[in-house]
Design a protein around this ligand. Structure first.
Ligand code: FAD
Length: 421
């Protein structure tokens, strides 16, 4: 059954429990399949398995055996973390929570038959499906960029070998060389992420290559925590970083990975190392399952994270249109708990409580100088709506900034345990 967008957005949290299909208690165990073992999917799988206490069969489909978090990958680039510290395996989800972890790609979803097909040729049936595939790229937003180009001009916007490649390229820059970042257009994962990355690369260059320059070619006119980053760049890295919004350059018209040139109507920039982050859309499997709209992302029902296009599918994290929530690991983890509760309410006798969401995005500007922005959210009929928020202030004292950084380290340890067990 497919539900129209209008019909489904009008649907309230109170109505949600009665809307679900008849419960299958006493019959064979209901089956939940989760596609994507990142911040959203692994959390959902763990919470459904943990809180249903064996009443639901949970299968997690994720191609990689080690998931490297994008969160704190910038700190790896800055030399504050080693690479292993941002890697996580799925062993505990299998051994401690009884989740059937399948390392494979989901290649298709048959929404009528309620099955997921895998690259290996297997078909996995579900009663409820959770999809959390993260993002894929809109390469056409940067003319000349492609999947082949990412080896010369890494995006490093999915963590792993791309992150290591970018670090190697920054380390190999000649003395006084130029690092160019092509920043992404909205909406994209981790709004402060590009600017934290620039801070971390500046931190490395300041020590190893102090005459090097950083140029940011930005399609946007403003960015997250801009005042805080600008203040920090002036304080720690004076004269090193140049931020050029599209109103100054008229935008990037072509990148050439062979010559490492990046063209704009203003000038052609020759990069010694380049980080090109294209526009983004929901991970391909969400589109293949017919869950995206014209924006390239997936409309959801805020109270339950169900797809507006299919009541048997919940979509989480960066792949969704999540109202006021930014695309972040914290958001994906928070949305996963709402979805897990809704899945259990739909398949067993557990209760559905009103959805509550939270997010904080931390960024490190220089050693012990951390800043944050965050908010709480609730589900309205229209969207996930912000209820209150906070942001670090310019001019804060060093002790508070150090405390904010330490808070972020504690958060990383806590959230990765919450995701992977
Ligand atoms: P992901 O975590 O990307 O997980 C998606 C998973 O789905 C992947 O493991 C992928 O392999 C799998 N997958 C995709 N397609 C398929 C398929 N067809 N079949 C099976 N599996 C599939 N967030 C924060 O909260 N705090 C931060 O400090 C922060 N810093 C960041 C810094 C950077 C540089 C970047 C790039 C991001 C940062 N983020 C941060 C954002 C955060 O990483 C993402 O928002 C978060 O990972 C989204 O979770 P997700 O589950 O939607 O997607």
């Amino acid at each position: 059954m497919t539900i129209t967008r209008r019909g489904f957005t009008a649907f309230s949290a109170a109505m949600a429990a009665s809307f679900y299909a008849p419960k299958v208690i006493g019959q064979t165990k209901p089956k939940v399949v989760v596609i994507g073992g990142g911040a959203g999917g692994a959390t959902a799988a763990r919470y459904i398995a943990k809180d249903s206490k064996g009443a639901i069969d949970v299968t997690l489909i994720e191609p990689t055996r080690n998931y490297y978090t994008c969160f704190f990958s910038n700190l790896y680039l800055g030399g504050f973390r080693d690479f292993e510290s941002i890697g996580h395996s799925y062993g505990k989800l299998a051994s401690d929570y009884g989740i059937n972890v399948i390392h494979d790609w989901a290649t298709g979803v048959d929404r009528d038959a309620k099955t997921v097909s895998l690259a290996s040729g297997t078909t996995v049936p579900y009663d409820r499906l959770v999809i959390a595939p993260g993002i894929d790229f809109k390469y056409e937003t940067v003319p000349g960029y492609s999947i082949e180009a990412q080896n010369r001009m890494p995006h490093s916007w999915k963590a792993g070998s791309q992150t290591q490649l970018l670090k190697a390229q920054v380390d190999a820059m000649p003395e006084g060389g130029t690092f160019v970042m092509v920043a992404p257009p909205n909406p994209f994962r981790c709004p402060p992420g590009p600017y934290e990355r620039v801070s971390m690369i500046a931190h490395v260059l300041k020590q190893k290559n102090p005459t090097a320059k950083i140029v940011i070619l930005d399609p946007k006119e403003k960015f997250s925590k801009q005042g805080l980053f600008m203040e920090g760049w002036e304080k720690y890295y004076p004269g090193m970083i140049e931020w050029l919004p599209a109103s100054m350059t008229e935008g990037v018209t072509r990148v050439d990975p062979a010559t490492m040139e990046i063209e704009t109507p203003l000038d052609t920039f020759k990069a010694d190392a380049a980080n090109v982050i294209p526009g983004q859309k929901a991970g391909h499997i969400a589109e293949a399952a017919g869950l995206t709209d014209d924006s390239g992302f997936c409309p959801i029902v805020p109270a339950t994270m169900q797809s507006q296009k299919d009541e048997n599918i919940h979509v989480l994290g960066d792949a969704t249109i999540a109202g006021d929530m930014p695309k972040s690991g914290f958001s994906a983890n928070s949305q996963a708990k709402v979805a897990a509760m809704a899945v259990r309410a739909g398949l067993t006798d557990s209760k559905l409580f009103p959805a509550r969401f939270a997010n904080t995005c931390w960024s490190l500007i220089e050693t012990d100088d951390g800043v944050k922005v965050g908010a709480k959210y609730e589900a309205t009929d229209e969207k996930i709506a912000k209820t209150d928020g906070f942001i670090s202030q310019t001019g804060e004292d060093a002790a508070l900034r150090k405390q904010t950084y330490e808070e972020s380290v504690g958060w990383y340890d806590g959230i990765t345990k919450d995701i992977f067990g």
